[in-house]
Design a protein around this ligand. Structure first.
Ligand code: FAD
Length: 382
């Protein structure tokens, strides 16, 4: 078993850490979220760094990328800014990947080079007001009229929809009684699409939106994958999404730990650095432990996926471990920084707000526990 990152991975990790510290410092991220304004200049620099090309085949201008490296990117981006992560994930991690695996030759040629150059952004319209965890019961429908799909319905929580070019939209088509559902690439600017940002807790620079479709006409060829193959397509990408989501949590957990450690070493009360109060020191040890445990699970799942080994249970465990390391370390870090944690000068309050998301998206942690339980039960001998 090889536990070390390769030299290339380690160097890229450092490049990313330095990049985000320089280009997306706490003040910039805080201001972007406060004004709910997406930091386009940072996004452009992310394009220049090649972050939109990751995982895209070379023939479309992309950079083939291994799964551990993708986890590293997820860690560093989530640590730097939720808003940047929420814009990148649907576009590159989900959109480009789904197109690469399931797009037609024409779709790949049309969309992928534009994603790589930062000229095309995607959002994901899966969740609906009455269909969150239970996606199979969604109501948004599409009917074929001539060579156009006509879409009607409503999505909710469509993150980045108002800045995206296409909404990857999961719809029900007539005759679809087996819960297969279909994915349509709906142009966000099509007549009949209306998008309304919602107020939210964190990452406000990327808006999370309600999206309404009223007789929206979409070219027939904008089906991604097959008609009726939508749920299968999404499920095939879910293990990866869960592992990356765990990596997002690990990134925040590491950020909270680093900040709390440095603060505790420098903050003096009762004549000594607070790190020397055992209660604080032990809390730091527990934070470090959570980072190490969760990262190990995330990387091991990513490694298994890279090898093509079954990793569904590992992915759910990694998602739980990573996201909960994030929330628990952020909460512990808040206590260690005391009153200063509550102020916006330090990113601890952002970690505290942003970490919660990773317990909710990509299938809530209860849904992950249901999946793990199913595996455990299937292994029981009586
Ligand atoms: C900031 C943000 C961004 C998001 N971005 C997107 C996006 O871009 N695109 C998109 O499509 N969606 C997005 N989502 C939606 C997200 O995927 C859903 O919130 C999530 O799937 C849960 O659905 P729900 O909120 O409707 O909760 P529900 O499904 O209503 O669940 C409510 C509670 O019941 C629990 N529960 C439900 N079923 C079970 C069960 N079988 N067993 C045990 N517990 C259960 C859940 O775990 C949860 O605690 C986003 C959400 C947020 C908060």
């Amino acid at each position: 078993v090889e536990f070390a990152l390769s030299e290339e991975q380690r160097q890229f990790q450092q490049v990313l850490r330095d990049f985000f510290v320089k280009e997306a410092p706490t003040e910039l991220v805080r201001e972007a979220d406060r004004t709910e304004t997406f930091p386009d200049a940072v996004w452009r620099k992310m394009v220049d760094l090649g972050l939109m090309s990751l995982g895209v085949p070379e023939e479309y201008g992309g950079t083939p990328t291994d799964e551990i490296t993708l986890c590293i990117v997820n860690e560093e981006m989530a640590r730097a800014s939720g808003a940047l992560a929420y814009a990148w994930i649907p576009t590159v991690q989900f959109g480009a990947k789904a197109l690469t695996l399931y797009g037609t030759a024409e779709q790949k040629q049309d969309y992928l080079p534009r994603i790589v150059t930062g000229d095309l952004r995607m959002s994901m319209g899966l969740s609906e007001p009455d269909a969150g965890s239970d996606l199979a019961h969604l109501r948004t429908s599409a009917a074929l009229r001539g060579d156009r799909w006509v879409v009607n319905g409503q999505k909710v929580f469509t993150t980045g929809a108002d800045r995206s070019d296409y909404i990857i939209t999961l719809v029900r088509v007539p005759g679809d009684d087996r819960g297969g559902l279909t994915i349509l690439l709906v142009p966000a600017s099509a007549p009949g699409v209306s998008i309304r940002p919602l107020g939210k807790l964190s990452g406000q620079a990327t808006h999370t939106c309600e999206t309404f479709f009223e007789n929206v006409e979409v070219p027939e060829q904008n089906v991604l994958g097959t008609v009726g193959g939508g749920v299968k397509l999404i499920f095939s990408l879910l293990d990866a999404e869960r592992i990356y989501n765990g990596a997002n949590g690990v990134g925040i957990a590491q950020g909270a730990f680093d900040l709390a450690r440095d603060y505790a070493a420098g903050r003096v009360q009762f004549g000594q650095p607070i790190i020397d109060f055992q209660a604080i020191g032990h809390a730091l040890v527990d934070m470090h432990l959570r980072v190490e445990q969760a990262r190990m699970m995330v990387y091991r799942s990513a490694w298994k996926m890279q090898q093509g080994l079954p990793c569904s249970m590992d992915a759910s465990l990694a998602k739980i471990a990573g996201s909960e390391a994030g929330t628990q370390n952020a909460a512990a870090g808040m206590q260690i920084l005391g009153g200063y944690s509550y102020m916006t000068d330090y990113p601890m309050e952002r970690y505290y707000r942003e970490s919660k998301l990773y317990e909710i998206v990509a299938g809530t942690n209860q849904i992950q526990r249901n999946i793990v339980l199913k595996h455990i039960k299937s292994q029981a001998t009586s």
